[in-house]
Design a binder for this molecule. Structure first.
Ligand code: GTP
Ligand code: MG
Length: 134
């Protein structure tokens, strides 16, 4: 069993899709280990997305992630990291995410793609420490 960090980003909270995302996580057989609704400080957002700091969209991405409350969830289960990435679908919700995935079913724009999921064991460990230091 392993843990991954899932975020329901501010667009997902504003659109009332928190229950939908949690429901899909639970129906897959994964479990919720920790969960918090919070508006994140810029420093946390910048550290979370540190790998993208030189990308042209970095400023917009940090503005967006800090724009309102999001839901951070530590999700646990067998192959949880990869299992949630599959539930989420590809980064581009039209070109890459297929219908049946969270992004494929509910999103249109790359920036507003509703959810985040850690992309590797190393990322999961780093991100869980950042979001759930206890
Ligand atoms: P995360 O789970 O959020 O990390 O998404 P990802 O792993 O599928 O994608 P990636 O880490 O490559 O990008 C992080 C986030 O940056 C994406 O989820 C998008 O919200 C945003 N993003 C990626 N590419 C672009 C882009 O070209 N333009 C804008 N505006 N945002 C982007
Ligand atoms: Mg990523």
């Amino acid at each position: 069993s392993e843990r991954t960090l899932v975020l329901v980003k501010p667009d997902g909270v504003k659109r009332g899709l928190v229950g939908e995302v949690i429901s899909r996580i639970e129906r897959k057989g994964l479990t919720l280990a920790q969960l918090e609704l919070r508006t994140v400080e810029r420093s946390v957002a910048e550290e979370h997305y540190a790998e993208h700091k030189d990308k042209p969209f970095f400023g917009e991405l940090v503005d967006f992630i800090t724009s309102g409350p999001l839901v951070a969830i530590a999700v646990e289960g067998t192959r949880a990291i990869s299992a949630f990435r599959q539930l989420a679908g590809g980064t581009d919700p039209v070109e890459k995410a297929t219908p049946g995935t969270i992004r494929g079913d509910f999103a249109l724009e790359v920036q507003y793609n509703l959810v985040h999921g850690s992309d590797s064991a190393e990322s999961a460990e780093r991100e869980l420490k950042l979001w759930f230091p206890n």
